[in-house]
Design a protein around this ligand. Structure first.
Ligand code: GTP
Ligand code: MG
Length: 137
């Protein structure tokens, strides 16, 4: 499909990287369909990352994702899910390619600056978590 979902995570908003990251995203050819500045409660972060419930880092992930403001957005581009994952780079910034957003802006595997959906199905679920049809243009 041609849409994906992203969040700029609390580490990146806290370091004032929001503008620079959005600039990278738009310059890579993604257009913004929906966007909001918000903050997740622990309950919301836990629900969003429920697929990782059994992973050892789940508690840390939920704490971190509810620790400060985020930017949530639905992005549009041909081949959006795969192209966006390529743009952000590996989960662990130490393994991320040169030129990727995580290489440039992420500090660690836990605090890695951005989220990108991993499938068309999850892009739809995640976009629906944050946005109604009336918030998409
Ligand atoms: P997302 O785009 O955020 O979903 O990242 P990803 O798809 O590259 O990684 P994955 O879905 O496997 O993990 C989700 C998130 O959990 C990661 O982005 C990290 O923020 C966090 N995470 C993954 N592995 C670890 C880990 O070993 N330690 C900690 N603290 N956090 C982790
Ligand atoms: Mg993931």
């Amino acid at each position: 499909s041609n849409t994906t979902f992203t969040m700029i995570k609390p580490d990146a908003t806290g370091k004032s990287y929001t503008g620079a990251i959005l600039d990278r995203i738009v310059k890579a050819g993604f257009s913004i369909k929906a966007m909001k500045w918000t903050k997740l409660t622990k309950e919301q972060a836990g629900a969003f990352y429920a697929v990782h419930k059994e992973r050892p880092f789940y508690g840390e992930l939920v704490e971190f994702m509810s620790s400060g403001p985020i930017v949530a957005a639905i992005l549009e581009k041909e081949n959006a899910v795969a192209d966006f994952r390529k743009l952000i780079g590996a989960t662990n910034p130490a393994q991320a390619d040169e030129g990727t957003i995580r290489k440039e802006f992420a500090a660690s595997v836990g605090e890695n600056a951005v989220h990108g959906s991993d499938s068309d199905e999850n892009a739809a679920i995640e976009g629906n978590f944050f946005f109604s049809e009336l918030e998409r243009f």
